[in-house]
Design a protein around this ligand. Structure first.
Ligand code: PGA
Length: 232
């Protein structure tokens, strides 16, 4: 996509799943085969009340894994400011910045073990916009391990909404490891329901799912490490 449209507007995920994607993109940048100088990025989510300098923040993750290693223009990088005094205004401004950028060309997502996309936890409205949310106990348990002091992990976050994500022109869902097998199968083969937020992606006209063998094992027709084009 970036070779065809270097000015693409990307939505970027954090977590364990996309680490190898960022490594690959950094490698391609170092090889001179890709540039991000005209790319605009929006991150999916951020913990609420955590300084961007905190090593547990997604801002710190993004700088460490990607932004500081490529030629992305800092003026085109958008991260939710979770220290904003007026959170609602911050979320509205994020939506407005996406509009100003011309909308999202490609949203890259992971999936939580409870089916969340970004921090849209089960029960999130499919029309939801960028907002502050309470994290579920499962998400807290899964993500706490990334904090040196697990008690410091915030219980609230700012997240791009499901409605916002669904307006992206293309969506790429990534899943890896056996811990994601059950929820990936529910999301792709079960009912489309707010109980499994990722299931909404089946309503997207241009969804691509890339899952490794372990994550794809619960699908009826797993294709190993190949990508499954769910809709195109
Ligand atoms: P993970 O998180 O990649 O760390 O498993 C994915 C997610 O919660 O969306």
């Amino acid at each position: 996509m970036l070779d065809q449209n270097p000015r693409a507007v990307l939505v970027l995920p954090t977590g364990n799943t996309p680490l190898s994607l960022y490594q690959r993109l950094v490698q391609m940048h170092q090889d001179g085969t890709i540039t991000f100088s005209a790319t605009t990025t929006f991150n999916l989510d951020e913990y609420h009340g955590l300084s961007p300098d905190d090593p547990g923040s997604y801002a710190a993750y993004m700088h460490h894994e990607f932004f500081d290693r490529v030629d992305v223009d800092p003026r085109r990088v958008h991260l939710l400011n979770s220290l904003a005094a007026d959170v609602e205004a911050e979320c509205r401004a994020y939506e407005e910045a996406i509009r100003q950028a011309g909308g999202i060309d490609l949203a890259i997502l992971g999936i939580g073990r409870n089916g969340h996309i970004a921090f849209n936890e089960p029960g999130s409205d499919f029309a939801s916009r960028t907002r502050r949310v309470r994290l579920t106990a499962q998400t807290v348990a899964d993500n706490q391990t990334l904090f040196a002091d697990p008690a410091r992990m915030p219980r609230f976050a700012l997240t791009m909404g499901i409605g916002t994500i669904m307006e992206a022109r293309r969506v790429l869902l990534l899943a890896s490891g056996p811990r994601k097998a059950e929820i990936l199968a529910r999301a792709l083969r079960g009912e489309v329901t707010t109980d499994v937020p990722a299931s909404v992606l089946r309503l997207h006209p241009r969804l691509t799912v890339v899952a490794d063998k372990d994550a794809a094992i619960g699908l009826a027709d797993p294709k190993g490490e190949a990508s499954e084009e769910v809709a195109s």
